[in-house]
Design a binder for this molecule. Structure first.
Ligand SMILES: C[S@@+](CC[C@H](N)C(=O)[O-])C[C@H]1O[C@@H](n2cnc3c(N)ncnc32)[C@H](O)[C@@H]1O
Length: 283
């Protein structure tokens, strides 16, 4: 079968079985071909009439079948791109979302990447936030932490993959094992979904670790803990950046106020929805 026919076949299978739009199914079919053939999109366009070898074809169809069972592509490929860097991913960690890139954009905008900045990434999962920052802020030290030992293994693998000497990882229940020192930046994308949220029934989310998604107290328990304890770990001019749900900014704002934060900022994603709140401690 040639590349063009195979792309159309996969597109049809994905849209019929997963309810994707043709556009979404087309993007995913290209992802699958690129992953197995190890080529870029331009190659697929230029070589649309090239015959695909049987072995590769079999592999592609195996992945398509896995995808049809609703398994997300990131878990099928065992890697995913975030902020233009490739990361190892498995089902012990959340698939990094594009929304989370907002946290990185803000920190890059507000801090000089040449200066030394001590950064703590809480609930690091695969390590994406801290590792991208470690790659941008080469003169800084970045500590990643997660309660899940399996997540810390993946984060470690990703630190090694990108050969970053300024990034390290520890297992910790939020601040319990964090060294008693001060950070210039604390950043976190914690679990914040209410356990009764109907979105949790989405078949795609079924594969992701529940403890990376759900938080007690209607989604706020982990956010509360981080906002409460962060002041003890921030330098006088330090900033806490926290990602939260699309409808949580008012409560999060109040939590920042109640915990002595000032210069509280709400930051919108590309759709104009407030997804990150940041603040500095009052001195
Ligand atoms: C929403 S995921 C974010 C993962 C990653 N930072 C990202 O943005 O893709 C939340 C992470 O917080 C971790 N986590 C949950 N409870 C925790 C706790 N009590 N202490 C530390 N990490 C925790 C989960 O294991 C998960 O990796």
């Amino acid at each position: 079968m040639i590349i063009q026919d195979l792309t159309l076949k996969i597109r049809k299978l994905l849209s019929e079985n997963l309810g994707l739009t043709l556009r979404e199914a087309n993007i995913e079919s290209i992802f699958i071909l690129r992953h197995v053939l190890r080529v870029d999109h331009e190659y697929l366009i230029k070589n649309f009439d090239k015959l695909i070898k049987t072995k590769k074809l079999d592999k592609i169809m195996r992945l398509v079948l896995e995808r049809i069972s609703h398994k997300p592509l990131a878990y099928i490929f065992k890697e995913w791109k975030f902020y233009d860097m490739e990361f190892y991913i498995n089902s012990n960690v959340l698939i990094p979302r594009q929304d989370t890139e907002l946290l990185i954009d803000l920190i890059i905008r507000e801090y000089n990447s040449q200066k030394k900045t001590d950064i703590l990434d809480l609930g690091t999962g695969s390590g994406v936030i801290g590792i991208v920052l470690g790659n941008k802020f080469k003169n800084s030290t970045i500590l990643l932490s997660d309660i899940s030992l399996n997540a810390t293994y993946i984060a470690k693998k990703n630190i090694l993959r990108h050969n970053l000497k300024n990034v390290s990882v520890i297992q910790s229940n939020w601040f319990s094992k964090i060294p008693k020192k001060k950070f210039d930046v604390i950043v976190s994308n914690p679990p914040y979904i209410n356990k009764s949220d109907p979105h949790l029934k989405d078949k795609g989310l079924f594969y992701e670790p529940r403890e990376a998604l759900i938080s007690e107290q209607e989604g706020y328990a982990d956010i509360i803990e981080i906002i409460k304890i962060s002041p003890k770990f921030l330098t006088p001019s330090g900033t806490l950046y926290i990602e939260h749900g699309y409808n949580q900014h008012k409560e999060v704002h109040q939590l920042f106020v109640d915990n002595n934060f000032t210069k509280i900022k709400h930051n919108e994603d590309l759709n104009g929805i407030i997804r990150v709140t940041s603040g500095k401690i009052k001195i």
